[in-house]
Design a protein around this ligand. Structure first.
Ligand code: ADP
Length: 224
């Protein structure tokens, strides 16, 4: 059983690590950003409600976001756990997920904080490409898509996210600093936080996460 939250600014590598964790542990990635983007693309009612926030790099209101995650975590594929990628992003959302988990008799195992210096985020996101179908994340230099610009996992043509332009990226980083970074202390106080170094290539970061999770697991076995 593995119930994990990934925390970190935009461009820290949450989506990439979520996919690696998904494959390694056989648990689904739950990305609120991917869910919102798909809704916008499909022009659903949810999509119509959230489009303006995504475009502006602002947060979707908490009640809407928490309600969406509550419904998502009722699906049968999360029985063995999940990786929450991009949620929670505010203290009210963190309180919301606690309530959702309590309703199910569940608890978070760990909150992985991917530490990444601010100055690398803007250049990273400028070179990011994203698969609109499966959410796989690419970097034109370090993790390029297939030669003809297709997703290596599902074959769709990769795109530049409309909110990955410099201006909106700066806004998203500011939103992270103002509203999300407080969750680092929030989860540290609850002894849930695992700090990992977000520099280096994706596989190195993943090794760091795995080692930290393992250490934590051993620690909790010793305490039990
Ligand atoms: P990144 O981590 O690169 O910023 P995401 O895909 O996680 O990208 O999020 C993209 C956008 O989706 C955010 O800028 C915001 O508008 C919306 N969003 C995603 N998750 C949340 C959330 N938990 N609360 C509110 N808005 C969210």
């Amino acid at each position: 059983m593995m119930r994990i939250v990934l925390l970190g600014p935009p461009g820290s590598g949450k989506g990439t690590q979520a996919k690696l964790l998904e494959r390694h542990f056989g648990i689904p990635q739950v990305s609120t950003g991917d869910i919102f983007r798909k809704a916008v693309a499909a022009k659903t009612e949810l999509g119509d409600r959230v489009a303006k926030y995504l475009e502006a790099g602002a947060l979707v209101p908490d009640d809407l976001t928490v309600g969406l995650v509550r419904e998502r975590l009722k699906q049968s594929d999360v029985g063995r756990g999940f990786v929450l990628d991009g949620f929670p992003r505010t203290v009210p959302q963190a309180v919301g997920i606690e309530e959702i988990l309590r309703e199910q008799g569940w608890e978070l195992d760990a909150v992985v904080n991917i530490n990444t210096p601010t100055e690398v985020l803007v250049p990273r996101l400028a070179l990011r490409r994203t698969c609109p179908t499966c959410g796989m994340v690419f970097h034109l230099e370090h993790r390029p898509p297939d030669g003809d610009g297709r997703c290596t996992a599902c074959g769709s043509a990769v795109v530049t996210r409309p909110d990955d332009n410099v201006e909106t990226v700066k806004k998203r980083i500011a939103v992270y600093n103002a509203q999300t970074s407080a969750l680092v202390d929030y989860y540290r106080k609850k002894s849930k936080l695992i700090d990992v170094d977000g520099m280096g290539d994706a596989d190195d970061v993943f090794d760091g996460i795995q080692a930290a999770l393992e250490q934590r697991r051993k620690g909790s076995e010793r305490r039990a």
